[in-house]
Design a protein around this ligand. Structure first.
Ligand SMILES: [Mg+2]
Length: 258
């Protein structure tokens, strides 16, 4: 039996740089739906993505964390800034959980609010929203190349599927599969796909996810590539083991040769 070939991609930080959109949508969520007494949203805040936000992005796994971090950055008292950023990062998960608790928030609620903000923007001015995403054109080209070679493509993202789909459509990319956070964990999705497809590779910018894939006996055979152009922690580039390869945009073409 021959398996169809498939190539897998993460979305944010791999196909598009969504930094401007994350900040914009998280801030708008804070302004419109969060109802927090600890913040006031000055319109000037929309103009520039703060460095603290950019620097914390590599630690983010789910969208709701960005809303929470934005709230901490714009807080009137004891905001999260460059001076205390490292303390936050060092206990990233713990800090996110603590802030959820302090504010009586639920992660799922924050995620719903963020999704609602995106829906609101799409309805109001789709072009403006979609243009907040900057595609990595080398990756777009690579996706086209795979299509030419009749290799199936699948995108696995922690974003809502509908949002990834709209951005991809705008870029003229129509993958066979798009899995959003609704579909479960990336590792489970990869596990399932590997039962019916020959997975040629998975490009992702979250090292932890790739390590998990490599440590799972059902997915350890998948060639894993860490996207050097994505949201990486400084330390991510070092001590790559378990057969995870660091991939640059320039090197993308070489893996087409497969
Ligand atoms: Mg990513």
């Amino acid at each position: 039996m021959t398996f169809h070939k498939i190539f897998l991609f993460d979305f944010d930080g791999v196909i598009v740089d969504g930094m401007e959109e994350y900040w914009h949508s998280s801030l708008l969520t804070c302004e419109k739906f969060l109802n927090s007494p600890n913040i006031t949203v000055d319109q000037k805040l929309y103009k520039k993505v703060p460095n603290t936000f950019k620097e914390i992005r590599p630690w983010v796994k789910y969208g709701w964390e960005m809303v929470l971090i934005t709230h901490e950055i714009i807080k009137k008292e004891n905001p999260l800034n460059n001076l205390n950023k490292d303390d936050y990062i060092n206990q990233y998960q713990k800090n996110c959980q603590r802030i959820l608790k302090e504010n009586y928030w639920l992660a799922e609620d924050l995620q719903k609010k963020l999704d609602k903000t995106r829906e609101y923007q799409i309805e109001k001015d789709f072009e403006k929203w979609v243009n907040l995403h900057n595609p990595f054109f080398e990756v777009v080209k690579f996706l086209e190349e795979l299509k030419k070679r009749k290799i199936i493509t699948g995108i696995i993202t922690t974003k809502g599927k509908i949002f990834a789909e709209k951005i991809l459509k705008k870029l003229n990319i129509f993958p066979e599969f798009i899995f959003g956070y609704e579909s479960g964990t990336k590792i489970k999705i990869a596990e399932k796909l590997s039962q019916t497809y020959e997975i040629l590779g998975f490009i992702e910018d979250r090292k932890k996810t790739l390590i998990e894939i490599k440590q799972n006996s059902k997915t350890s055979h998948i060639p894993c590539f860490l996207a050097d152009w994505g949201y990486l922690k400084k330390s991510d580039r070092y001590n790559l083991n378990n057969g995870i390869e660091l991939l640059t945009l320039e090197n993308l073409e070489q893996i087409v040769a497969i």
